[in-house]
Design a protein around this ligand. Structure first.
Ligand SMILES: [Zn+2]
Length: 198
């Protein structure tokens, strides 16, 4: 659906402050959501010109390029964006771009090769299943049981912190009552998916 009010608001924002990359990103997103892909492309490219590290913009730009029938352009955008997101640890856009590349039948770029040396391991690091990085192991199991053990051995502390925030949203939005075992299963399922464990 085209939200003309939002489009106009962001458009005047970019006109008032042509160096504001977030204004261009927001305008581009509004265009993509309204399926106005042709209008979206130059606006999103401008956002990247102002700030090449804006990982979510690559996702939007690739969607717009697919929308106008330019899958080759989308692959180029995603390949470049994936590397940038990987370098900056922007996991969500990085994973999104990996999915899009897969859908487009293109290879996912090599990520910076993380190697868990014995030194790093003995300093309390693990190779995280979610982000692929060498990260600090949690001091103890986040909760008891086999699943808690599995997470302790395979998920870095920062990623588990991200899940705690996300998990709170899941509980609130799905109105889960965790004393109920069916609700607990739903919660665990979301957690496994978020952490990349299933
Ligand atoms: Zn991690």
């Amino acid at each position: 659906m085209v939200d003309q009010v939002r489009i106009d608001r962001f458009k005047s924002m970019t006109e008032a402050d042509p160096q504001n990359e977030l204004g261009f990103m927001s305008l581009g997103r509004a265009y993509v959501e309204g399926q106005l892909y042709k209008q979206a492309i130059p606006v999103l490219m401008r956002a990247l010109q102002l700030k090449a590290e804006l990982s979510p913009v690559y996702v939007l730009l690739a969607q717009a390029q697919c929308g106008v029938g330019d899958p080759e352009g989308a692959v180029n955008t995603l390949t470049r964006g994936y590397r940038i997101a990987d370098e900056h640890g922007d996991l969500m856009p990085r994973n999104q771009m990996a999915d899009m590349l897969k859908e487009l039948g293109s290879p996912i770029p090599e990520t910076r090769q993380a190697v868990l040396t014995p030194e790093l391991a003995s300093a309390g690091n693990i190779q995280c299943r979610r982000c692929g990085r060498i990260g600090p192991k949690m001091k103890e199991r986040p909760f008891s049981g086999a699943l808690g053990e599995q997470i302790h051995l395979s998920i870095c502390g920062p990623c588990f912190q991200l899940w705690i925030r996300e998990g709170t949203k899941v509980i609130n939005e799905l109105r889960l009552n965790l004393t109920d075992s069916a609700a607990q299963d739903v919660y665990d399922q979301h957690m496994m998916t978020f952490l990349g464990l299933n």
